[in-house]
Design a protein around this ligand. Structure first.
Ligand code: 2AM
Length: 180
């Protein structure tokens, strides 16, 4: 079994910009900038043969490169925050590609949760309640508007996640060019 997910890699400039933002936030477990990504589909623990079939389906998807931008900060977990992230500006092209990826994964036999897609880059994780919602809201207010210039993403990728005590380790298993 391989714990896997599909995500968009981010340009180094954007990861550096978000690394600066991380320093201004109370984040018990910040995501190392090298690990920052936009998850499109969390595949979970998948048998290797199934992942190979999904890989073929992902490789057959054709889509244009995406133009994206960071457009704010957000929290998952409400009053008991567990995830602090940078939000992406709405992109119908991204939503469309994400839907096709989920469809391809399901056709290959992977059970992908039917959650609404909220495009984001996780900046840090925390145990629920470890950092107060109020404390985060205050930090957001002090930081002010967080926005990036538009950037292009010309591939999506299949990642393996290995869970370690000091945080997950990600490896790129396959890359799928957009617009190639
Ligand atoms: P997150 O950034 O919002 O936490 C690899 O674990 C990626 O898959 C993470 O970026 C994570 O999103 C996402 N993911 C979605 N559902 C997940 C789950 N049930 N367990 C672990 N990661 C999940």
């Amino acid at each position: 079994m391989i714990r896997a997910f599909i995500a968009l890699p981010l340009p180094a400039e954007i990861r550096s910009q978000l690394a600066v933002t991380q320093f201004l936030l109370p984040l018990p477990r910040p995501v190392p900038p090298a690990n920052m990504h936009v998850t499109l589909a969390f595949l979970g623990e998948v048998p290797e043969a199934v992942l190979e079939e999904a890989d073929t389906a992902f490789a057959a998807l054709r889509a244009a490169p995406l133009t994206l931008s960071v457009s704010g900060l957000g929290v998952f977990g409400g009053e008991k925050p567990r995830n602090v992230h940078a939000s992406l500006a709405p992109s119908p092209a991204l939503d469309h590609l994400q839907g096709r990826i989920v469809q391809a994964a399901r056709r290959a036999g992977i059970r992908v949760a039917g959650r609404r897609f909220v495009p984001h880059v996780t900046l840090g994780r925390m145990s629920p309640g470890q950092v107060g919602a109020h404390e985060l809201a205050k930090a957001f207010g002090e930081i002010g508007a967080v926005a990036s210039p538009p950037f292009t993403v010309a591939e999506f990728a299949l990642y393996r996640s290995i869970l370690r005590a000091d945080g997950p380790v990600y490896d790129v298993l396959a890359e799928y060019p957009l617009g190639g």
